[in-house]
Design a protein. Structure first.
Length: 600
């Protein structure tokens, strides 16, 4: 069962509601919190407001002035450096803790001057005010906004004030505030909630993480979801582009309609047009009945086109016509069908560069595909602070799907190890690694570094690519010449030409297997005191090569002897001979000649 989603945390800089009082609580702040659904956590995280049925955020209040608290006789002045520092510290070096500011809320006018008995009666700690405080060109709130923007241009800031919007509309727009909410309007609370959900750096349960990079992408996605234009999602493989597309669909006015997914990379080119636009009966061989395509199926909802960069030139032209006209024709039909579809497409290649060079992607289609805008999902290496939370999410998923796995916690050393990886496969690779660790160690209460280390080594070698030793494989053609010759020579009417080809094919296959074994051994070598250049470790090498994490050391030894025994040292380059000899020596120690052979 999922735990409740933590509330987003906001910073409120306001001279009235942010005041600390000498005794008791700021009752005006309590009233504001009740109206807007805020939980006050200003004092070391202690809640000082009544329990709310439907809170929307935790709030930290800050006066932005000194001294605070103030009493009659004190002279109150604005403190710009501390106000800006308080705003930007929420996203600097984790100073605000695990939940930094989702948004900064600013008042406009701040009262300064001496606290008198008369002003104290109007509000505890309130100064009498100076004439310049109430001039729009001198509003302290706008000075804070300008200071924040100089340091952090992307931090969401909203103005919440009882002052006139018209007096500052141009200024707060130019300074990058996300909006203005009239504090005393009847719908102020509803508008505030809506503004926080759309403009705030607020996490989502589906795309797990609280890094600034991820939350900024979610914020942009929510803003683009409000419209109807097409959206392009960019990101490396495995970052979660389909999840983000569904998030946009669910955040849009089309949430009640269908969400249809089509990966163009997985569809044969000759069938892509039919998959997109449908076909009529008899349109081509095998078209026994009429069939609707993805555009029709998604009408009234959203069509997600993954790997849009794989679309052929002909398909691009036809997609452009449908996107421009809202009308399509099934393959083999003259009937024109109107469709109402929002298209979200995704790519992990630079189609902008292709379009700019006129090579492989149409610039006019690209413009149509990103009509509303583009969202870029960051790679996992750029949001490493999300890895522990993601990993534990995948641990719980694996425990549920395994059925008999024990509930476990992650050791700090394991979390550190996972955070140090580059994860070229991104979230998908992390999920696979953690899930396999749970499946292979179902009966433990802790996820330890040893449970993931071998899997990480295997993934690293695969992601880097196993470079085959050139001495064994000078070229694919030469290594497979026997096999290719046998296949080409297979003519029943000329049996004498392919007689004996099996031996040639088997020899080529053995050489390939030996090359793979040497490549695996090379990638798993580790420096040691006695082997500065790297010690040969056949057990992890053969685990990686077979993909079998349960392979025993003796099974690995048998496999090494069988694979590397297929080539002679004289046929290897000098650098390969050393690994070849060392691997066979280790295998011989683990499985001496004459011992019982274990199956692999």
């Amino acid at each position: 069962m999922n735990s409740p989603q933590p509330l987003p945390r906001i910073l409120v800089i306001d001279d009235f509601f942010g005041r600390q009082v000498l005794q008791g609580v700021n009752q005006d702040r309590v009233v504001l919190c009740e109206k807007f659904g805020l939980v006050d956590v200003s004092s070391q995280g202690a809640v000082s407001t009544p329990l709310l049925e439907d809170p929307c955020a935790e709030a930290v209040f800050f006066r932005g002035q000194v001294p605070d608290p103030a009493k009659p006789g004190d002279s109150v002045r604005n403190d710009l450096p501390s106000s800006v520092e308080m705003a930007v510290r929420g996203w600097r070096d984790g100073e605000a803790g695990p939940r930094p500011w989702a948004m900064v809320v600013l008042d406009l006018m701040f009262y300064t001057g001496t606290v008198t008995d008369t002003s104290e009666c109007q509000g505890r700690g309130m100064p009498e005010g100076a004439p310049s405080d109430d001039r729009p060109d001198s509003y302290f709130g706008l000075q804070i906004l300008r200071g924040i923007r100089e340091i952090d241009p992307d931090l969401p800031v909203v103005i919440l004030s009882s002052k006139s919007r018209e007096d500052v509309s141009r200024t707060f727009s130019e300074l990058g505030a996300s909006g203005f909410i009239e504090r005393d309007s009847v719908d102020a609370a509803d508008r505030f909630r809506d503004h926080l959900s759309r403009h705030g750096l607020v996490p989502d349960r589906r795309l797990i993480g609280r890094s600034r990079a991820l939350l900024a992408a979610l914020r942009r996605a929510r803003l683009l979801a409000d419209g109807e234009g097409s959206i392009l999602i960019r990101g490396e493989p495995g970052v979660g582009k389909e999840l983000l597309a569904r998030f946009i669909h669910d955040s849009s006015r089309r949430a009640g309609g269908a969400f249809v997914v089509l990966s163009l990379a997985s569809v044969p080119r000759e069938l892509a047009e039919s998959e997109l636009f449908g076909h009529s009966k008899g349109a081509f061989t095998g078209a026994a009945a009429a069939r609707a395509g993805a555009f029709e199926a998604a009408s009234g909802g959203t069509l997600f086109l993954d790997e849009i960069g794989d679309a052929s030139a002909d398909l691009q032209a036809k997609m452009l016509r449908v996107l421009e006209s809202g009308v399509l024709q099934r393959v083999g039909s003259d009937e024109r069908l109107a469709v109402d579809v929002r298209v979200i497409s995704a790519t992990n290649i630079d189609i902008e560069d292709r379009a700019a060079r006129g090579e492989g992607f149409r610039a006019d289609l690209l413009a149509r595909l990103r009509q509303a805008g583009t969202v870029t999902l960051p790679p996992l290496r750029d949001r490493a602070e999300d890895i522990p939370q993601l990993a534990m999410h995948f641990v719980r998923m694996a425990e549920r799907t395994h059925g008999r796995a024990m509930a476990r916690e992650m050791l700090p050393e394991t979390s550190t190890l996972l955070c140090r990886q580059s994860w070229p496969g991104n979230v998908r690779e992390l999920r696979n690694c953690v899930s396999q660790a749970v499946y292979q160690h179902p009966d433990v209460e802790f996820l330890a570094p040893a449970h993931v280390q071998a899997l990480l080594e295997m993934d690293t070698a695969v992601s880097r690519g196993m470079h085959l030793p050139g001495s064994v494989l000078d070229s694919p053609e030469s290594a497979l010449s026997g096999l290719c010759a046998a296949m080409k020579a297979y003519r029943p009417e000329a049996a004498e030409e392919w007689s004996g080809a099996l031996a040639s094919a088997q020899a080529a296959s053995l050489r390939l297997c030996a090359a793979l074994a040497l490549a695996a051994i090379r990638h798993t070598k580790r420096p040691s005191v006695h082997h500065p250049a790297g010690e040969v470790l056949i057990h992890p090498a053969m685990k990686m090569l077979t993909g079998n994490a349960k392979l025993t050391a003796t099974q690995a030894a048998d496999l090494v002897k069988r694979l590397l025994g297929a080539v002679q040292p004289k046929d290897l380059a000098e650098s390969d001979r050393e690994d070849h000899a060392a691997a066979l020596a280790v295998a011989q120690r683990l499985r001496p000649v004459g011992s019982r052979k274990a199956g692999t």
